[in-house]
Design a protein around this ligand. Structure first.
Ligand SMILES: [Zn+2]
Length: 245
């Protein structure tokens, strides 16, 4: 399963850090406004401890900040609205990038997720590009040059829903960029974005591909190796052929 994603929300005790993607408790601080001989300045204060008797010109500004304990990244908020970073790397309908994704594909997936709220057409093209470089990386050298032919190799290695969705991503990615107009139902469905769950499904298919080809085999191998030898020896090495009776 990919890590849980919780969108940053004002005063929320826990959310996914937009910088390092850690899902952890955040520390909130308020910015205090001061007027003095040096003019106006601001400083951090303990959140929620404003002093109502503070002298005039001194008080809590509309700015506050949340600090990630994992990376010390600071997110700034103006009257409860997040101002920095402006780019929330993962909108709700794009799952968090899995650690096991090949490094060459990571920037593309991140960009697809980042651009999704602004251009679904660009997001579709970037999803397809992610799939393209990822399959080149994960399949042995000598695999076909065409993406559809590389995907065909995966038919026996991934679940049917994942396999089907990978083809949908390839098709929508092609059409959304080349045709300029939504030419069929699959393209319309993605480009209009009326169903956030459907969008999430396309992104999820990329995450699932990583899970099925990389993460799950690795974890299974590690777990299997921990079984007592006597137990492992009694397990057939190949799955029995399907019963045809
Ligand atoms: Zn962080």
């Amino acid at each position: 399963m990919p890590p849980r994603y919780i969108a940053p929300e004002f005063e929320a005790p826990v959310f996914t850090c937009p910088f390092c993607h850690a899902y952890s408790t955040v520390r909130w601080v308020a910015l205090m406004e001061r007027t003095g001989e040096w003019g106006n300045s601001a400083q951090f204060g303990q959140f929620g401890t404003a002093d109502p008797d503070a002298p005039e010109g001194e008080g809590w500004s509309p700015w506050s900040a949340s600090v990630c304990p994992a990376c010390q990244g600071v997110t700034f908020w103006w009257e409860g609205v997040m101002q920095h970073p402006q780019k929330v790397t993962y909108p709700l309908d794009a799952p968090l990038m899995p650690e096991d994704m090949p490094d060459v594909a990571k920037p593309l997936y991140e960009e697809a997720a980042a651009v999704l709220p602004h251009s679904r057409r660009a997001a579709a093209a970037l999803c397809r590009a992610t799939l393209d470089v990822m399959t080149k990386e994960l399949l042995p050298t000598g695999a076909p040059k065409q993406l559809d032919q590389r995907l065909a190799i995966l038919a026996d290695r991934v679940t049917t829903p994942t396999y089907q969705l990978l083809h949908v991503i390839r098709h929508v990615g092609n059409k959304s960029l080349h045709d300029g107009v939504a030419s069929d139902d699959a393209v319309v469905r993605f480009l209009e974005g009326v169903d956030p769950a459907a969008t999430a499904t396309y992104f999820r298919a990329i995450v699932d591909l990583v899970d099925e080809l990389v993460t799950k085999p690795r974890l299974a191998e590690e777990a299997f190796a921990e079984l007592p030898v006597t137990v492992r020896e009694r397990i057939p090495t190949a799955r029995p052929a399907a019963d045809t009776d």
